[in-house]
Design a protein around this ligand. Structure first.
Ligand SMILES: [Zn+2]
Ligand SMILES: [Zn+2]
Length: 278
């Protein structure tokens, strides 16, 4: 058994893989449960960062479910929260008949921390504080609806500074983590962090605090935008979870989240072949 609950296709503006290629790759890696989570981010200076044809998306996932019966495929969306696009976001959920929602924050004061401009003229602390303030607002809207909070410390992913640490904003992070724990949503361990840095999103310290506060629901996702990133760095992610005291991750089904032992997961071959990387 293996899950990947954060995956993009060409239905996203930045996705490089077809849904068929994604499913073929996922199946070859031993993935059994997955969510296609293409972007709903609204209009930006890059253009409209949304699924352009919700009907085609709906039909494509239906077709994939038929073509890959061994895979449990959720028709998901990654909701990039923004106050000025929330009504439209809610419409997209209905139009696509999505059954799995990731809650994300990609824009802070109109800027994506992906862009160097976000960090220009701000100290590390100012850049991270602005992100966390916006995240608290976003979670007020996202948490009642989403299955998972994605990449909690997204601001760290492209940051020129050392990543966000729990000790930087302990009271605010406690508030944020407690809100997630009190909701039905899981916290994502996003393995895309390992593609740029030696830690996932979030890192060990925030995972440890999440667990200390009572958090138990963790969802694994690679945030792959291309085939070669599907379900990657899972060995490192599982090692991080074990260091934080977790012995299980979550599987999403009709009854909501249920725990599955880390020992029950079958990692993709490259992670097995290179245990030294753990
Ligand atoms: Zn994202
Ligand atoms: Zn994503």
């Amino acid at each position: 058994m293996l899950m990947d609950y954060h995956l993009h296709t060409r239905f996203s503006f930045d996705g490089e893989q077809s849904l068929e290629a994604l499913c073929t790759r996922a199946q070859a890696l031993g993935v059994t449960h997955m969510a296609v989570t293409d972007h709903i981010d609204g209009p930006t200076h890059y253009g409209l960062l949304d699924i352009q044809d919700p009907t085609a998306y709906r039909q494509a996932v239906d077709a994939a479910r038929k073509a890959y019966p061994a895979l449990t495929i959720h028709r998901g969306l990654e909701l990039g929260y923004r106050v000025d696009y929330w009504d439209e976001t809610l419409r997209r959920i209905e139009e696509t008949e999505a059954d799995y929602l990731l809650g994300s924050l990609h824009l802070v004061e109109g800027l994506d921390p992906y862009e160097p401009a976000y960090f220009a003229g701000r100290s590390r602390r100012e850049a991270y504080a602005a992100y966390l303030d916006a995240l608290e607002d976003a979670l007020d809207h996202l948490l009642p609806r989403v299955q998972t909070v994605a990449h909690l410390d997204y601001v760290s992913k492209f940051s020129p500074h050392p990543p966000l640490r729990y000790e930087d904003f302990p009271r605010q992070l406690d508030r944020i983590l407690q809100c997630i724990i009190d909701s039905p949503a899981a916290l994502e361990l996003n393995t895309s962090g390992y593609r740029r840095a030696p830690q996932g999103l979030p890192g060990d310290d925030i995972l440890i605090r999440y667990r200390e506060l009572g958090g138990r629901r963790v969802a694994l996702g690679s945030d792959a935008h291309r085939e070669s990133d599907v379900a990657t760095h899972y060995g490192k992610a599982l090692a991080s979870l074990r260091r934080a005291g977790f012995s299980a991750v979550c599987l999403y089904g009709p009854q909501g989240w249920q725990e599955v032992s880390l020992d029950a997961l079958t990692l993709p071959p490259e992670e097995i072949c290179f245990p030294g990387k753990l």
